[in-house]
Design a protein around this ligand. Structure first.
Ligand SMILES: [Zn+2]
Length: 156
């Protein structure tokens, strides 16, 4: 991990060394793609990069980040665009495709090699996030989100 990451002991904004632990990052499509690219364990990569809050200026920063020579690869090749919300603008934003996504997710749950399960889960959640929140829809959406996570954790 040290060959791709630099460590930071001081706040990059005010240079203070005073800090406290902040909420940890979570596994997502970026951690998956980045760890795959560098051939490192995703959970180890995620746990080795901590979030800290500077006690002087309140900036939240990471104590480790990619070495300069890898930043171009990370931001321009591995994860060049943040696709959240794209679904709504796509022609695929309809009931039929939503059902297809759910079916793919379930198919993956029943498959021994559920290699794409994280991707399918993200696709379903991204689709959900693009839907308008009207009336009780938020409750239904959150129930579905929780159930997807439950089903997946039962699988793992
Ligand atoms: Zn600071």
């Amino acid at each position: 991990m040290t060959k791709i990451l630099d460590s930071f002991q001081r706040c990059p904004s005010c240079n203070s060394i005073q800090r406290r632990n902040s909420r940890a990052g979570y596994l997502n499509r970026y951690s998956e793609q980045i760890s795959e690219y560098f051939g490192v364990n995703e959970k180890k990569l995620n746990s080795s990069v901590g979030n800290f809050t500077c006690l002087n200026c309140r900036l939240i920063y990471k104590n480790k980040w990619f070495k300069k020579r890898y930043l171009n690869i990370v931001f321009n090749s591995i994860v060049p665009v943040h696709p959240k919300g794209w679904d709504k603008l796509s022609k695929k934003f309809n009931k039929k495709n939503f059902k297809n996504l759910i079916d793919k997710f379930i198919e993956n749950l029943n498959n021994k090699e559920n290699k794409d399960i994280n991707r399918h889960e993200r696709e379903v959640l991204s689709f959900l996030d693009s839907m308008d929140n009207k009336n009780n829809f938020l409750i239904i959406k959150n129930k579905l989100r929780v159930n997807l996570k439950k089903k997946k954790s039962r699988k793992n």
